[in-house]
Design a protein around this ligand. Structure first.
Ligand SMILES: Cc1cc2nc3c(=O)[nH]c(=O)nc-3n(C[C@H](O)[C@H](O)[C@H](O)COP(=O)(O)OP(=O)(O)OC[C@H]3O[C@@H](n4cnc5c(N)ncnc54)[C@H](O)[C@@H]3O)c2cc1C
Length: 431
């Protein structure tokens, strides 16, 4: 989306803290600050017009991959009024939920829970995409930062803050072969699946889904069941769809207390542990979804229909546009061919980088690009504001960092540091 910026308005308050993004990470922080009795003046800036958790992947029937007990707060404070259980209670669905006998709510329900919690805070300005963060150098040493946001109509609003917490999530990642072509109406990312692909779906459309992980499988299964009966190829490099490992011993790595142990390891050991445990989260699929897809393909073999195909051991080596079609150059063990589709959707994950976008203006003041154990970036002398990051520390803090598992604890640690920075006595009282 190109936004032409127009007038510049200003919020005249200097906030103690500005949070970039109001997804689960900063929402958990809002809760932690409230529960610590923090007097900080806080403002969160959220690009979306209203609270929404991964709306582009709100696929009907998709379930959470994590227990509802790993909500915004329960692991830290099960007595909080922001627990998933209290949400069920307030919505009058406690017994019905119990009767379902599951730890895994649907994504639709978890989004509703998150929205219910977000609606209890008035410290977030929506429709405010942060487009720049600059140091305020007017007083010599940097004591504040200027945060510029932009609304959907291109109007800029500027804010000022003493401290920052940056939690914008990941950005859709496309393979290098898409360079210059990605994000057209024909070449999409699963991030936009429900918003862009589903509404445009024509009967008998030819669609390729590229990827071998959970999102690819969910989109493939959803398309397979759509009334427009599209022809769908699932194109993946791997030999087979592999199940995610959520067995009990392996799951222990997601416990909040594992963060210290992981952080204390030497870099080489951390990287090898991440590689070892990748099958909990990356390029893997829930076993029940694998079974459902296998059954779909089996039934298709019985009827002789040829609408759905799993193209394993297939690398996408080129992408091109031809008239109304998208050409995918596909390399398999038997050679290279080009297949043509109406739409191609990439389920190729998300990138998380701190420097290129949101924090660009502060990079000259960063001493390192990795956050410390307290999720705070180390800044150079003469730069006073504390800059915390959420969701950018997988290689230093462990696999949970981009997930929901550590939200309750991480937000409390950041809240504690913030209270300590601004009022050490109050922080001690909150402990
Ligand atoms: C489809 C999908 C399903 C998932 N399911 C699970 C699951 O079941 N269990 C699990 O543990 N994890 C899951 N995850 C991982 C996911 O990262 C976390 O669930 C969670 O969303 C992380 O929260 P966050 O607040 O850090 O990031 P996000 O949820 O991405 O929120 C970031 C927010 O920042 C906003 N933002 C971004 N840039 C700006 C900007 N410049 N200015 C203002 N606002 C901005 C975005 O609009 C967004 O609202 C899933 C991820 C996806 C994509």
């Amino acid at each position: 989306m190109t936004v032409t910026t127009r007038s510049l308005a200003g919020d005249t308050e200097t906030y103690d803290l500005i949070g970039v993004g109001f997804g689960p990470s900063n929402l958990a922080l809002a809760i932690a600050l409230e529960e610590a009795g923090s007097p900080l003046r806080v403002k969160f800036l959220e690009a979306r017009p209203a609270f929404a958790w991964h709306p582009g992947m709100m696929i009907p029937g998709a379930d959470m991959q994590i227990s509802f007990l790993k909500d915004l707060v329960s692991q830290r404070n099960p007595q909080s009024r922001y627990t998933f259980i209290n949400y069920l209670h307030e919505k009058g669905r406690m017994n019905a939920f119990i009767n379902r006998k599951t730890f895994f709510p649907s994504r639709v329900e978890f989004n509703d829970y998150l929205k219910w919690a977000a609606d209890q805070f008035d410290c977030c300005d929506y429709d405010r995409r942060v487009i720049a963060i600059e140091p305020d150098t007017s007083a010599g040493a940097v004591q504040n930062v200027e945060v510029t946001s932009c609304d959907a109509d291109g109007r800029e609003v500027r804010y000022r803050a003493r401290n920052l917490v940056v939690a914008p999530g990941g950005r859709p990642a496309f393979p290098a072969v898409c360079k210059g072509l990605a994000c057209t109406d024909r070449i999409l990312h699963t991030h936009d699946y429900m918003r862009k692909l589903v509404p445009q779906l024509r009967p008998n459309a030819r669609i390729a889904v590229v990827g071998g992980g959970q999102s690819a499988a969910e989109v493939f299964a959803d398309l397979a069941n759509r009334p427009q009966a599209p022809h769908v190829d699932l194109v993946m490099r791997a030999d087979a769809m592999k199940p995610s490992d959520d067995s009990a011993f392996v799951n222990e790595i997601f416990a909040p207390e594992q963060t210290d142990a992981f952080h204390d390891l030497p870099e080489g050991a951390r990287l090898s542990l991440l590689k070892d445990l990748a099958a909990t989260n990356y390029a893997v699929v829930d076993e029940d979804l694998i079974d459902a897809i296998y059954t779909m393909l089996y039934e298709q073999a019985v009827t002789g229909e040829a609408r759905l195909a799993l193209r394993a051991r297939t690398h996408v080596t080129g992408v091109s546009l031809r008239d109304e079609d998208v050409g995918l150059e596909l390399q398999t063990r038997s050679g290279v061919e080009t297949a043509y589709y109406d739409r191609v959707i990439f389920a190729t994950g998300y990138t998380r980088d701190l420097d290129e976008h949101t924090l660009h203006g502060l990079m000259p003041f960063c001493a390192t690009r990795t956050a410390g154990r307290d999720y705070r970036l180390v800044m150079k002398d003469g730069f006073d504001p504390a800059v915390f990051v959420q969701g950018f520390s997988e290689t230093s803090h462990g696999l949970s960092d981009t997930l929901l598992s550590v939200l309750a604890q991480r937000s409390a640690e950041i809240a504690h540091s913030l209270c300590h920075l601004t009022d050490p006595e109050q922080a001690v009282a909150a402990e």
